[in-house]
Design a protein around this ligand. Structure first.
Ligand SMILES: [Zn+2]
Ligand SMILES: [Zn+2]
Length: 273
């Protein structure tokens, strides 16, 4: 009786708890578990073949550099621009990848340099009093490309004025932009146009003209026959066709000989009429 009961109990136990009977083993597995990498991808790098016909994209896991994904795709020419004055010619290639994680790769290649401007002849417009000149140039390729600059002019008496014959004043304007050639203009000048003694061109004859002449002569270079100090046609106070110390002497005499009674200067300036 006792045995039967035990048997019945055991059967009942096995019947009710079959899972218990086939309890799983909690022993260590025979093969080690491979740790699962939750990849953290670094920036994708795009490498183009030399002729830009293919592009290879690669990305590497920052947690394990052995985890890399790479794909090579054929590239297509997606855009071609021709060179103009300022911008070089270029070709743009595009490569799309099957793996949606990779963005389309693009590469722009310069195929020829910018052409540079092809300037038309320079046009010059002078101020009415020749004090300044404006130079303008437009580009043959694109007339919206315009060079424009206004520069002050200097005046040089290139042919002396005499009472009998007109002289020539040559005005020169030099521009800071190297693509604008200097402007020169010859203007005939008659005896009557010149305020003799007005070396600095301010429209009056006074001590400032002596100062200007002294500065001009102090800077005068015998070899180049030029001075960096500007003078005006009236600088030839003695009227002999040359600008030199005699003009300073003449101006000093002129100021020294103001007649008290008449208020007139008894020494004349410029060529004898
Ligand atoms: Zn990884
Ligand atoms: Zn241009």
């Amino acid at each position: 009786m006792k045995i039967r009961l035990r048997f019945a109990f055991a059967s009942l136990f096995a019947l009710c708890f079959p899972l218990f009977a086939a309890a799983p083993s909690f022993a260590a597995p025979e093969t080690p578990i491979i740790p699962y990498c939750q990849h953290v991808w670094g920036k994708a790098t795009y490498t183009w073949s030399e002729d830009y016909s293919t592009c290879t994209v690669t990305r590497t896991c920052v947690r394990n550099k052995n985890h890399t994904i790479s794909e090579t795709a054929a590239a297509t020419l997606s855009e071609e621009t021709s060179a103009d004055c300022d911008t070089p010619a270029s070709k743009t290639y595009t490569a799309s990848f099957k793996n949606e994680a990779f963005e389309t790769g693009t590469a722009t290649v310069v195929t020829s340099q910018a052409l540079g401007h092809d300037w038309n002849e320079t046009k010059y417009v002078w101020e009415n009093d020749y004090s300044a000149c404006t130079a303008t140039r437009t580009c043959k390729r694109n007339e919206s490309h315009v060079l424009e600059e206004t520069a002050p002019a200097s005046a040089v008496m290139t042919k002396p004025v005499t009472a009998e014959e007109d002289g020539t004043v040559t005005y020169t304007a030099v521009f800071s932009n190297r693509d604008l050639p200097a402007a020169t203009l010859d203007v005939p000048i008659s005896y009557l146009d010149v305020l003799w003694g007005d070396a600095n061109g301010d429209g009056v004859v006074n001590n400032k003209d002596i100062v200007r002449l002294k500065n001009y002569l102090a800077d005068y270079d015998e070899e180049s026959k030029t001075s960096t100090v500007d003078i005006f046609p009236g600088a030839d106070a003695s009227g002999d066709g040359a600008v030199n110390n005699k003009d300073i002497v003449r101006l000093k005499n002129y100021f020294a000989n103001l007649e008290d009674g008449s208020g007139l200067f008894t020494v004349t300036l410029g060529p004898a009429a």
